[in-house]
Design a protein around this ligand. Structure first.
Ligand code: ATP
Length: 284
């Protein structure tokens, strides 16, 4: 169904003692979407995600995940979502293949365990005991366990921490493929380039509230922010910030009678915009 919401959250609240960890979060996510939750340490992202996963009770507010209240949903609902948990030591004696096969048995319509192992790039470690895996390989196994049930909705809490750059790129491709196949993905990350590469939309959580949301290319008015134009002038590198970079580049083209040496035109990165946003709010 087009525009079907897989997550609907309204005025969600959760306190630990007197501290409001989630303080009125509103959030929606459509089927097939990749949504990244961004926010500083302690902002309330994990608490929000745990409520949506069904692992934590909310104090108040409305939460619907795959059409059900996660606090009261049953085993059928649990089989429809995949969670990439932080590594546990319980399975350390099993091999990679044994572990993925074992977890696949919990689901009514699992993916082929061998295919899942290939997809996360652990084929060479199929027969290796889990205790012998490196940190990044272990994290890939966590991802395999999160997707072996063929979930409709995948929760990824800081999934690529400890990955080398190549593994991170491979993981991004995997997440994009899952979304192409119809899965919805809710991701928390501190890597802004990860949000930029993957997310259709980002939501910034600060002090328990969603303070901004939108496509990564548009967050905080990014698309309309001044562009930085740099080039190699006759006296060395030159930089100008302008709202009309096209006009400047045209005039440079005329000045140089053609190709402008060392020309770059950049807008602020998602990280620039995010840090400015968070910094401004912290001062308020
Ligand atoms: P991070 O980016 O560091 O993972 P986060 O945005 O996921 O942070 P949460 O883990 O949701 O933040 O924590 C929100 C606030 O709630 C923090 O101040 C944290 O100390 C507090 N908190 C989280 N879990 C508990 C708990 N079980 N008991 C008491 N306080 C908690």
């Amino acid at each position: 169904m087009a525009n079907e919401l897989v997550i609907e959250v309204k005025a969600l609240r959760k306190s630990y003692g007197s501290m409001a960890a989630v303080d009125g979060v509103d959030l929606e996510m459509a089927r097939g979407e990749i949504l990244a939750l961004l926010g500083p340490n302690g902002a309330g992202k994990t608490t929000t995600v745990e409520i949506l996963e069904g692992y934590r009770k909310r104090d108040s507010g409305r939460a619907r995940v795959l059409g059900e209240d996660p606090q009261h949903a049953g085993a059928d609902w649990r089989a429809r979502r995949g969670i990439v948990l932080q590594s546990s030591d319980d399975v350390a004696d099993l091999t990679v293949a044994e572990c993925v096969r074992h977890f696949s048995l919990f689901y009514p319509k699992p993916a082929d365990p061998d295919e899942v192992i290939d997809r996360v790039g652990l084929s060479a470690k199929r027969k290796a005991p889990i205790r012998s895996l490196s940190g990044g390989q272990r994290r890939r196994l966590d991802v395999a366990l999160g997707i072996v049930g063929n979930p409709e909705l995948v929760f990824l809490d800081e999934p690529t921490t400890g990955f080398d750059p190549e593994a991170r790129r491979a993981f991004w491709e995997l997440v994009k493929d899952l979304a192409k196949e119809g899965a919805s993905v809710l991701l928390t990350t501190h890597y802004l380039e990860e949000a930029e590469a993957l997310a259709d939309r980002v939501a910034v959580i600060q002090a328990g509230k969603v303070v901004a949301s939108g496509p990564p290319s548009e967050l905080g008015g990014r698309r309309h922010a001044p562009a930085k134009v740099t080039w190699l002038g006759t006296n060395g590198p030159e930089t100008v910030e302008t709202l009309e970079p096209t006009a400047l580049v045209c005039s440079l083209y005329e000045t140089f009678h053609g190709e402008v040496p060392g020309l770059t035109v950049t807008r602020p990165s998602l990280e620039d915009i995010y840090l400015k946003m968070i910094g401004t709010m912290e001062k308020e």
